[in-house]
Design a protein around this ligand. Structure first.
Ligand SMILES: C[S@@+](CC[C@H](N)C(=O)[O-])C[C@H]1O[C@@H](n2cnc3c(N)ncnc32)[C@H](O)[C@@H]1O
Length: 255
């Protein structure tokens, strides 16, 4: 494969990815679900691996990641990573026991082709953590940033598309997001609305990079105003003490 001179997905992590590893850390409860779904696999491929969140540490992992800026954020203790894309995995058929892809397939130019590649190189489970596009408007953020939710809903492949691509024996599991989720995707802050006022939090949520700057400013100003006036708390204050959020996050497991 030639050198990647353009972003492989719909986000330029060379511009926007610098603080990713700080803001987007493994959530232990989601990691436990992923690791259980990988079963007894000894060798695991992580596609669209980014800085390495959710990679198991008790098995041999090889990562695939196209962005240099993301590869640079992989800690020294992380597994080896290859600079490549999901649509052309540099492995022979049946090369690994299991494969995973977390919060990445929505950025691939052709998720179905990427999934076919994951299936080709894997003998056992293929495990995908993604979002149900039709459920993204459950988060109150839709009232402040409707453009962002709209863009996100169009970005994510439907769960039905993914299940069809993965074939028979595929199961879909809803994932409850915990209150203190350290993986800073938008729903992680369902009960901590002040987080959205922090530009570094927003920069590590790729959807904001696809939204008009004026729309982003409007969203932040109106959220700040509602937090100041108490209006947000009147409507959503119960979320500040709610342990889990019935989110759009889904774990898809093909065996
Ligand atoms: C939101 S990050 C998720 C990273 C990591 N999996 C995680 O859970 O933190 C999305 C990643 O997908 C990668 N990506 C984008 N397009 C890709 C493609 N065509 N093939 C493989 N990875 C891709 C990006 O470079 C980025 O690192």
């Amino acid at each position: 494969m030639g050198i990647l001179t353009q972003p492989a997905g719909d986000v330029d992590y060379a511009r926007f990815g610098k603080g990713y590893a700080r803001q987007r850390r493994t959530d232990p409860s989601i990691a436990a679900l992923i690791h259980a779904a990988l079963g007894p696999a000894h060798t695991v491929l992580n596609v669209g691996a980014g800085a390495g969140s959710y990679e198991p540490t008790d098995r041999a992992v090889v990562a695939v990641e196209p962005s240099e800026a993301m590869l640079a954020q992989r800690g020294a203790d992380r597994s080896p990573a290859l600079r490549a894309v999901a649509g052309a995995l540099p492995f022979t058929d049946d090369a690994v026991d299991a494969a995973m892809a977390t919060v990445t397939i929505h950025q691939w130019p052709d998720p179905v082709a990427g999934i076919a590649e994951m299936r080709r190189v894997t003998t056992g489970p293929v495990v995908i953590l993604t979002f149900e596009p039709g459920a993204l408007d459950r988060l109150w953020l839709v009232d402040y940033a409707p453009d962002l939710i709209e863009i996100e809903s169009r970005r994510y492949p439907t769960i039905a598309t993914l299940v069809e691509a993965l074939g028979g024996g595929t199961t879909v599991h809803p994932v409850a997001v915990p209150f203190d989720c350290p993986d800073g995707f938008t729903e992680a802050f369902y009960g901590r609305p002040e987080a959205f006022l922090d530009p570094e939090v927003r920069r590590s949520q790729s959807a904001w990079t696809l939204v008009d700057r004026a729309a982003e400013r409007r969203a932040v100003e109106s959220l700040a105003a509602d937090l100041g006036s108490g209006r947000w708390d009147e409507r959503h204050g119960h979320l500040r003490t709610q342990a889990f959020f019935d989110s759009a996050v889904r774990l898809i497991v093909s065996r």
